[in-house]
Ligand binder design. Structure first.
Ligand SMILES: [Zn+2]
Length: 385
């Protein structure tokens, strides 16, 4: 075997052992060897390395059946920390995430929609600095930054290819933010990292095929199969918001007419509402619906119908075991979840597929992107280390 192949194998083995301890702790060395097929010597060597580096600790536990003492391994949660950033048009959320995906410190602030790329990134750098200082975070433990944002993202090159919401095109975000902060930076589409977070910590634990839907300023989806994000050829799989529903329909902010998201997203709902009377916020629109104003009832009901249609289409295409509804609309108006689930079951999901999947609201809602981005950064770190 060539030297670099050997190194690669060693890294892979190390990552495998690490992942097993992380997800199944506390666990014995023997159980790891059995699961991975590695020799006990290899497992012990890797465990010794990881313990020495401060990632693991040993605990003694008496096993239930035999009353024998065995040594089990567990993670030191704060051994590795990363920064998770949710970068959105109007607001930026930043959190310090530990190895279990717990947010140990966080902050958020408003972003001016016309703010330049550099100004946005300089501010993120300054806020991370402030957050770590005010929470006395040991920066030696901080291994990198993960950023989740809406749009098409080249996750391998760290480039934002195109983001309608941010108005960015071909922005070398990872490189720029690294230059400002000094940390390694990983970036990805927000729904993809959010789905990862739900899979590891939230509504999709134990699911082997999760479809994550986002209804908010845009409409999107992400698919996780056996723990892996389905990326497609250019990391654009899941851009369901721009599938064409009606070629003669409303203009979408992507420049095409009749995209699915023009029936659902907040911007379109507000611009339709304003044809009737001045409505400044999505809350006002839902208020008018609750008050029984016919036009508001019509607009929101139509949006909910298209959400149910989206779920049917995704279920027909991907046959998932779990569908998670997330995004600003479902976060702000939790009643949507029940209504759409009912529409799915009674009308819109094709009969043979009814009952083959669970529909769940996002469990991490507001924090999903921060947690997922932080965990993505850690995954990159352990894979490359
Ligand atoms: Zn579009």
């Amino acid at each position: 075997m060539k030297k670099h192949d050997q190194d690669f194998m060693k890294r892979q083995n190390r990552l495998t052992v690490f992942e097993i301890i992380k997800s199944q702790q506390p666990i014995s060395r023997a159980a790891i060897a059995k699961q991975t097929g590695m020799s006990p010597t290899t497992v012990s060597r890797i465990v010794a390395e990881l313990t020495e580096e401060g990632y693991l600790l040993e605990t003694e536990q008496v096993s239930a059946g035999l009353g024998r003492k065995s040594t089990l391994l567990a993670m030191v949660d704060a051994a590795v920390l990363s920064v998770g950033v949710e970068l959105d048009r109007h607001r930026i959320h930043i959190g310090i995430v530990d190895i279990q995906g717990n947010v140990v410190a966080k902050t958020d602030y408003a972003r001016a929609t016309d703010e330049s790329v550099n100004a946005t990134l300089e501010r993120i750098g300054a806020e991370i600095d402030r957050l770590t200082k005010s929470n006395e975070i040991d920066c030696g433990r901080l291994i990198g930054i993960g950023v989740g944002l809406p749009g098409i993202v080249d996750n391998e090159k760290g480039v934002v290819v195109f983001s309608v919401q941010l108005g960015w095109k071909n922005v070398a975000l990872a490189e720029k933010l690294k230059a400002i902060t000094g940390y390694e930076v990983a970036i990805d589409n927000e729904l993809k990292v959010k789905a990862l977070a739900e899979h590891l910590k939230g509504a999709a634990i134990g699911s082997s095929r999760t479809a994550m839907l986002g209804f908010g300023n845009g409409v999107g989806s992400a698919l996780i199969v056996d723990g892996e994000i389905d990326r497609g050829k250019t990391n654009s799989a899941g851009e369901i918001g721009h599938t064409t529903i009606d070629p003669n329909g409303m203009m979408c902010d992507c420049g095409k007419a009749g995209c699915l998201q023009t029936y659902i997203n907040i911007h379109s709902l507000l611009s339709e509402a304003n044809k009737i009377r001045p409505v400044r916020t999505i809350e006002e629109l839902f208020e008018a619906r609750r008050a029984g104003e016919r036009w508001a009832v019509y607009l929101v009901d139509r949006a909910l119908m298209y959400m149910a249609i989206t779920i049917n289409n995704v279920v027909c295409m991907h046959n998932p075991d779990t569908v998670i509804m997330s995004g600003e609309l479902t976060d702000k108006f939790p009643e949507i979840y029940e209504e759409v689930a009912e529409l799915c079951i009674k009308r819109f999901v094709w009969e043979p597929l009814r009952g083959t999947f669970a529909i769940r609201p996002s469990e991490l809602s507001g924090q999903g992107v921060v947690i997922g981005s932080g965990l993505m950064s850690q995954n990159c770190f352990f894979a490359l280390e």
